[in-house]
Design a protein around this ligand. Structure first.
Ligand code: FAD
Ligand code: NAD
Length: 452
């Protein structure tokens, strides 16, 4: 039996970061990953990085939208992701105190895991501490004909497909649906979004949702709200989706159907019933320092049922590192206010409270809003679409911001830093930023906050 002080199940962002730090500090580490195509986890291989690479290439570089441009982008994606995967593997596997095992993990008890390798061989691994970092997996609605349709793909398969869909139907209306609709429409596919919810992007304030709706519609995306798929029927060259929209039965034809209806914690088949670890419908139950009900087992990242973002998973690793080798002060409370980005064109980045939430909570605030077409950088980029909006409380602290602009995903980090460090909004208002940049627009945004 192999033994290590620290055993990691899954090569996700949290696990690999923590494994690297502990092994670098001389502690023995075994990291178990089920697939040789997943070293580095979801983000690197099938999530954030390949999707943002395609998103970026769809709106850049030489060539008209269409089959050739798309195929080249997918080939570029495959090559760059392969490089990243190798780097991720070596970063951990080359450490003296770390071992990477490529096989599927199954718990026998709180300390013992059976690893089943691809050739069918099995091995037992014992860990003094065990960290579960198995991520999440796409949820598939139980619509008749959907799971068995040969035209249905999940994001990983779509991004590997070298032929651009002609008629892409996306089921869902969240992060992935909006981003993939943008990317594939920019590559030249005709995209239809079938959204069960009557409200578009209901997790945002209405103004922001309307801005994204307009940006997608301008790309030719057909957005159908209150539209539930009731059946999928395969034909020779396409599938027909029967759709109940606002009580009316309609149909849509697609050569590719992308399922983007959320992702659920990867706990099936892990053997957690053999341990003291407890779960609920969202994932593994943890306390505010990510401890499970088994004293030697922690759960990190998507598998613990929180917000599914790589930076949350990374921060989970910090909470545990602080517990094991620091002063133990770090808790999930530090993740209460984090930025989020929907990668549309331009991207929509938000943090903290939006105006609707502040109003609903009866918070007194001052607000500034500006169109980004006021910023010279948008003319360099050739994309003047969007606006920025910020809310400040009576103590001059920023309580929320919405940035719909090119590079919003970069700018939001400056606002996040100010919020986390309780800086008055005047710090950003009076900061000298390089020119010509989008960040300098934050001077103007906060200049617009009315005096008390
Ligand atoms: C298309 C897409 C785009 C995304 N874009 C973004 C983005 O732009 N920004 C962002 O912040 N987030 C994004 N996300 C979300 C982000 O990818 C996840 O939140 C993040 O990767 C979760 O990391 P994790 O640490 O929980 O584990 P993961 O990275 O999911 O790793 C889990 C690993 O465990 C392995 N595993 C599972 N079960 C077993 C087992 N029994 N034995 C051994 N190994 C096992 C899996 O193979 C996998 O490698 C995106 C997700 C998707 C799908
Ligand atoms: N930029 C980022 O940080 C980023 C990018 C992509 C994905 N992600 C993460 O990945 C996760 C998965 O993304 P996602 O877009 O699949 O999930 P999501 O939760 O953002 O959206 C799921 C959508 O599917 C709909 N839906 C759920 N069940 C349905 C059903 N049975 N029939 C029809 N519609 C249904 C929901 O109403 C919602 O519109 C998210 O939690 C997100 O945090 C993050």
């Amino acid at each position: 039996m192999r033994e290590a002080k620290n055993v990691f199940v899954g090569f996700g962002k949290a696990g690999k970061t923590l494994a690297f730090k502990l092994a670098s500090a001389g502690e023995s580490v075994i990291l178990i990953e089920q697939s040789e195509l997943m070293y580095g986890g979801t983000c690197i291989n099938v999530g954030c990085i390949p999707s943002k690479l395609l998103y970026t290439l769809s709106d850049a570089g030489a060539g008209e939208p269409g089959l050739e441009k798309y195929r080249n982008a997918v080939l570029t994606k495959k090559s760059r992701i392969g490089t990243l995967r190798g780097k991720n593997l070596h970063k951990v596997a080359d450490l003296e105190y770390a071992t990477v095992l490529t096989g599927q993990a199954h718990f026998e008890d709180d300390h013992t895991i059976t690893v089943t390798y691809q050739n069918g061989l099995r091995e037992e691994v014992r860990g003094e501490r065990i960290f579960i970092n198995t991520g999440a997996t796409p949820s598939v609605p139980d619509t008749p004909g959907l799971a068995t349709s040969r035209y249905v793909v999940k994001t990983d398969a779509l991004m590997d497909q070298e032929v651009l869909p002609k008629e892409l139907v996306i089921i869902g209306g969240g992060y992935i649906a909006a981003e993939f609709a943008t990317t594939y429409a920019q590559f030249g596919a005709h995209v239809t979004m079938l959204i069960r919810n009557p409200n578009f992007m209901s997790f945002m304030e209405r103004e922001a949702a309307a801005a994204i709706h307009e940006s997608l519609t301008d790309l030719g995306v057909d957005i159908r709200l209150h539209a539930t798929v009731t059946e999928v029927t395969d034909g020779e060259i396409a599938a027909t989706l029967t759709v109940n929209q606002n009580g009316q039965v309609t149909s849509v034809t697609a050569d590719t159907i992308l399922i983007a209806t959320g992702r659920h914690a990867n706990i099936d088949g892990l053997g957690l019933e053999n341990t003291h670890v407890l779960t609920n419908e969202r994932g593994i139950l943890v306390d505010d320092q990510l401890r499970t009900a088994a004293p030697n087992v922690w759960a990190l990242g998507d598998v613990r049922g929180g917000a599914q973002h790589t930076y949350i998973s990374l921060d989970d690793s910090r909470i545990i590192m602080n517990q094991l080798r620091g002063d133990g002060h770090a808790t999930l409370a530090q993740q209460a206010v984090t930025p989020s980005v929907v990668f549309t064109n331009p991207p929509m980045a938000t943090i903290g409270l939006n105006q609707e939430e502040a109003d609903a909570q009866g918070i007194h605030y001052r607000m500034s809003k500006m169109a980004v077409a006021a910023l010279p950088k948008t003319y360099i980029a050739g994309n003047t679409r969007g606006y920025m909006k910020a809310l400040v409380d009576d103590n001059d602290h920023i309580i929320g911001a919405t940035l719909f602009a090119i590079e919003a995903h970069e700018m939001i980090n400056l606002i996040s830093m100010a919020m986390h460090n309780n800086l008055p909004y005047q710090t950003i208002r009076d900061q000298i930023f390089a020119h010509p940049t989008m960040s300098e627009g934050l001077n103007d945004l906060f200049e617009g906050i009315p005096e008390k």
